[in-house]
Design a protein around this ligand. Sequence first.
Ligand code: BYC
Length: 326
Amino acid sequence: MYGNISIVDGPTNQVAEDPEKLAAFEAKIARGEKIEPHDWMPTEYRRQLIRMIEQHAHSEIIGALPEGTWITRAPGFKRKMALMAKVQDEVGHAQLLYSAAETLGKSREAMIDDLLSGKSKYSNVFNYPAYTWADTAIIAWLIDASAIINQVTNSKGSYAPYCRALERICMEESFHLKYGYDNVVTLATGTPTQRQMVQEALNRWWRPIMHFFGPPDKASVHTEQLTRWKVKMATNDEMRQQFFNQYVPKILELGLSIPDPELKKDPLTGQWAYGDPDWDEFKRVINGDGPCNAERLAVRRVAEERGRWVREALRKADQKYVTPLA
Ligand code: BYC
């Protein structure tokens, strides 16, 4: 129970909804209209949105960590400034997304508790280490590119607060993409050692980036329901294909190679075929057993503990402000 709204964990297809209200809701979505927080919505729509937006918010704050560790080691003052601004943006995105999820009735405290206890998921990609500066370049270029594909698509969706947050996030992400591309181009056109560094980083991140878009459509649990309700505006495989179409040519143009011997475009269908990116690894990582899962959550727990006094001070100041003096 969150506030006075009951949210059931686990599949809730069994919840009996008022058929008239459900039909009106679905007709509204079919007409392309947006749903606002005060509108009637099925319990399952609410639950799914909380799940997805909350995971997205967690991904932003955890996603600040791999790049964040490079702030003190960035090559040069300008790049340090740019990286600091990017990391700050990512944390700001989490703020926007937690606020959007709160409109559905789950408190921010409950969301953070679920992240720290391991109950809530966050994006697989942030459970891998950033060994070199080149890793941060690949993250800022190709992970932000993947995020933009996902977010621009879903910003046309049905839940208005999520769409508004995504629109703003995408504007900032487009700067990140340029920053990441600039870093990759610098390394790819630099010394042989720099070229090797960026190629090795690409080799490390390629598989996690394939996983970023979610499991293949045939294995996706939520896509059917979420596309029907226009929460997801494309399937996982469609977004992955869009990434191939847009970014494979750009990667090859830089003289880098893609670590998948089976990757090829079918000239007739225009679809990219690719090798199995090891979906077992994906499952392990999203269920808590990736190279950095424990470390990422441990860092967040320390941050939560260190920030406790600030939250308490703010809460007390707030109470003092609203409680009339005796
Ligand atoms: N990672 O039925 P499916 C950023 C889970 S941050 C982890 O296809 P759905 C950035 C899925 O949750 C931006 N888990 O799911 C920040 C489900 O498990 P549960 C991050 C994943 O929801 C800092 C199960 O697998 N973007 O850009 O229909 C620095 C079955 O999957 C993943 C977002 O968060 C994954 N990759 O579709 C730099 C986008 N994929 O919940 C950059 C928002 C799947 O049943 N999320 N799972 O236990 C989405 O768009 C959708 O949730 C997904 C998955 C496309 C990811």
